[in-house]
Design a protein around this ligand. Sequence first.
Ligand SMILES: Cc1cc2nc3c(=O)[nH]c(=O)nc-3n(C[C@H](O)[C@H](O)[C@H](O)COP(=O)(O)OP(=O)(O)OC[C@H]3O[C@@H](n4cnc5c(N)ncnc54)[C@H](O)[C@@H]3O)c2cc1C
Length: 597
Amino acid sequence: MSTYTAPLRDIAFTLEHLVGLPELTTWETFAHADPDMLLGALDEAGRFVSEVVAPTNTVGDETGCRLNDDGTVTTPQGFKEAYSRFVESGWGTLPFPSAFGGQDLPWVVGIAVVELIKSANMAWSLCPMLTQSAIDALIHHGSPEQQATYLEKLVTGEWTGTMLLTESEAGSDVGALRAKAVPADDGSWRVTGSKTFITWGEHDVAENIIHLVLARTPGAPPGTRGISLFIVPKYLVKADGSLGERNDIKAVSLEHKIGIHASPTCVMSMGDQGEGAVGYLIGEEHRGMAYMFTMMNNARLAVGVEGLSISERAYQLALEYAQLRRQGRAIGAPKTESSLIIEHPDIRRMLMTMKATIEAMRGLLYLTAATIDRSRHHPDESERGRYAELLALLTPVAKAWSTDRGVEMTSLGIQIHGGMGYVEETGAAQHWRDSRIAPIYEGTNGIQAVDLVLRKLPLRGGELVRELLAEMGDLDADLEAAGDVFGPIRERLIEGRSALEGATEWMLASEDPNDALAGATPYLEMFGTVTGGWLLAKGALAARRLAEGKDDPFLQAKIATAHFYCTQLLPRATGLFPAITAGAGDLFEITPAFLGA
Ligand SMILES: Cc1cc2nc3c(=O)[nH]c(=O)nc-3n(C[C@H](O)[C@H](O)[C@H](O)COP(=O)(O)OP(=O)(O)OC[C@H]3O[C@@H](n4cnc5c(N)ncnc54)[C@H](O)[C@@H]3O)c2cc1C
């Protein structure tokens, strides 16, 4: 049975020394929270998820969810209780405004809690995650009346939220969706249609579900320009806030999946019993896609965190196994006994790869979350605008880079276990199976790469990305001054950054969009890998300062980890340059008819 220990020291280090939490808490909005208090709260959250949520992970995977004849969904044993304790504890409320029952704390602290929850049980975590996205959409776009009706219960977690975009013919191409909404006499709408793959679309852990649904109104223009966003509650809410009639929206089947078995992935049907499910328009007609992006951006970051969380959990399991399993004799070990596998260089290589990549992911994801805080609360308005653009640039990288790494890291976790990783009883296989969805949902990683090269790089004529690259370059002088072990870190970072600069300029200058699209995924990988190296090097410099006069293995490990990453993993990014700049020629050289020949 796999246990989980929250990596609190590394989280605290990332918050304090990589992403500037102390600076955020000097702003008026967060004046009530000092870093020590926040780290203390994370300590508590770590204990909560280890003791209450993590024990539900294996049983959830083994039993999954069940759709009953009456349309209800039964979640695995322990899920309801863990959820009600989550609601009681208030862990979901941290980053939301106190006006709606939140705690006005930085988003980046909320993301640290999301990391902990997702490591404890990724399938379970999707319920609060989607609720948080729905809250964010309602805070930004809901009417005062809608906010008063739904927000407080969503913030506390008494009600949960969902996101209904996908239809069988409208996946990546959301603009192809066909669900319909027609106006009713009382100002509400009637929504009909079928949505597929809806996460936590039906369940038994909370009394109401607030579905946010994309649909077309009569006469709407085609594509994404004609989509509107509706609130469709499972139970209608009466004027006094109590629950009324059951709405005409229900789960008609559950998907059988590779992983996240305990997350009910539903086909949802609206309007089977009459004229349609009662819905309430959010904001203006035809602005649904723009509103949904508020949800999707935060959900993208949270899905990126899945790559980190599942890798951390897989790493802890693999590290434990590597210190128990004996096989072969390591070089120089006594002839009388076999060695622990952790003594073999190849196992060390895999463990170091996991450790370094996890820390790089944590840096990138937390930096993106802190950028949300800066874009919303920086005291200087023009800085808020600059950070909003930076957030737009970082989000696809944070999502796709981290989730691709998640699949790789959990696969390494299996490899460290050998055959015991391939059988289910160790739990290593579950992490890999669970990790596989994250590069697919919330916009596939291919779509994230398209977004990065076609929409984000050209922001401000390329000046935004150039500014970020220049900021990475600013570390160079400090690395040079640090000498010793920092020399190779600096050299590899210069190479990586220069490759990224070259690839970026190639992308910006590319005249045929097909050429840019052909290199988009390796470009995103290079972007994430180099950014990860920059953040680890920054952390290593901080560790060097903090370690002065101390013998602290944690801080020494920070320097060794950055050295390993920059000298052994980062050079792979440089090697992606030819694939990024090759253009689309080779990819289309062979016609579909001959791809199989
Ligand atoms: C477990 C699970 C949970 C989910 N939860 C939800 C949910 O809660 N709510 C919701 O609305 N949806 C949800 N989804 C749907 C999910 O977001 C979609 O599966 C995803 O967006 C991809 O759409 P698709 O499956 O139709 O794949 P397709 O769009 O058919 O894509 C197939 C392949 O083509 C590629 N592709 C497609 N278009 C392009 C393009 N323009 N350029 C380059 N490549 C392209 C994709 O990257 C992919 O590799 C969930 C899906 C799963 C499996």
